[in-house]
Design a protein around this ligand. Structure first.
Ligand code: ADP
Ligand code: FBP
Ligand code: MG
Length: 320
């Protein structure tokens, strides 16, 4: 029987994490289960930075970006000795189950802890939308809104100055944020890990858009970690009709008040996490598939192939 649940946020923060913390806390308390907030991800398990959470501890946090519990990356958490210390610390605090809100790395940690005797449930919290086993992650929708808002602004000034804006967005190794932004903003090109990158092809396409199609501006959305966008912008200025400018949206994509979609998703997922723990289930992660809240074993989720975006790339091509 579960009497006390811990909750932590781990890896890169994401808007909506607070709504998830709130949901876990309120739903557990309403079931007569105590809740402990663990500060700074897995580091808090090691350093025992625990805080009892009451109903009002999670008041007025739903609309705030970031995570009130703090987040961290703790590479040494992969070591068994460190995990063993964390298990001891959890037991000493009387915490018998844990909700981990984070990305794929955090899921691996949650699985390891479950195998060592503390049931953990993973909630997908990342702006990257790169977690298998769910159609959408908490934070993706808000980050997409931020990207769209900023690219819309860049389009205004790019049109005035006959410019090509090359906009780098986050996503780690996943192109979703770039692809969804590109479709939503009516960009001229999208470059992601899925499309691959060929500098000559990009220049040729921009030449065609400038010289043959007579476009006033061109927006290129590119995923991070693909090329040096400043160098590409210089090349565009030197070899096409457009003057090139690079913008790296950076960490603003991680902040801001979560959209209602992210707040809803976080609340629904938080509810599911507590229900699973109360049923005695651990080592699972929660997802949303076809708008239904689901759960599956973490190792099954991590071994699933990532979803095909072929239809969306085709749509992008047909819209240009
Ligand atoms: N294989 C693993 N085993 C145990 N813990 C892990 C593992 N991989 C990552 N972690 C823990 O999860 C934390 C967050 O992982 P990271 O990949 O940085 O972010 P995210 O969870 O957002 O993908 C890491 O700092 C580490 O503490
Ligand atoms: O904040 P940092 O350490 O610079 O990391 C940046 C990375 O974190 C992210 O913003 C989020 O990644 P995770 O959710 O997997 O932690 C990535 O898009 C980006 O590559
Ligand atoms: Mg990750």
């Amino acid at each position: 029987m579960v009497r006390k649940i811990g909750v932590l946020t781990s890896g890169g923060d994401a808007p909506g994490m607070n709504a998830a913390i709130r949901a876990v806390t309120r739903i557990a308390l309403n079931n007569g289960v105590e809740v402990v907030g663990v500060h700074n991800g897995y580091r808090g398990l090691l350093e025992e930075t625990f805080e009892d959470l009451g109903r009002t501890s999670v008041s007025d946090i739903m609309d705030r970006g970031g995570t009130v519990l703090g987040s961290a990356r703790l590479p040494e958490f992969k070591e068994e000795a460190v995990q063993d210390t964390c298990i001891k610390n959890l037991k000493r605090a009387g915490i018998d189950a844990l909700v981990v809100i984070g990305g794929d790395g955090s899921y691996r940690g949650a699985l390891a802890m479950t195998k060592k005797g503390i049931n953990c449930i993973g909630l997908p919290g990342t702006i990257d939308n790169d977690i298998p086993g769910t159609d959408f992650t908490i934070g993706f929708d808000t980050a997409l809104h931020t990207c769209v808002e900023n690219v819309d602004k860049l389009r205004d000034t790019s049109s005035s100055h006959h410019r090509c804006s090359i906009v780098e967005v986050m996503g780690n190794h996943c192109g979703d944020l770039a692809l969804y932004t590109a479709i939503s903003c009516g960009a001229e090109m999208v470059i992601t890990p899925e499309t691959g990158y060929d500098e000559l092809e990009v220049i040729e396409k921009l030449r065609y858009l400038g010289e043959a199609v007579k476009k006033n501006h061109a927006i290129v959305i590119i995923s991070e970690k693909i090329c040096d966008v400043d160098a590409l912008a210089k090349k565009v200025s030197a070899t096409t009709d457009f003057s090139g400018r690079a913008t790296v949206l950076g960490h603003i994509q991680r902040g801001g008040s979560p959209t209602p979609t992210d707040r809803m998703l976080a609340s629904r997922m938080g509810e599911k996490a507590v229900d699973l723990l109360m049923e005695g289930i651990g080592g699972h992660c929660v997802g949303i598939i076809d708008n239904q809240i689901t759960s599956m074993p973490i190792d099954e989720a991590l071994n699933r192939p990532s979803q095909s975006r072929k239809a969306l790339y085709r749509l992008f091509d047909r819209l240009v």
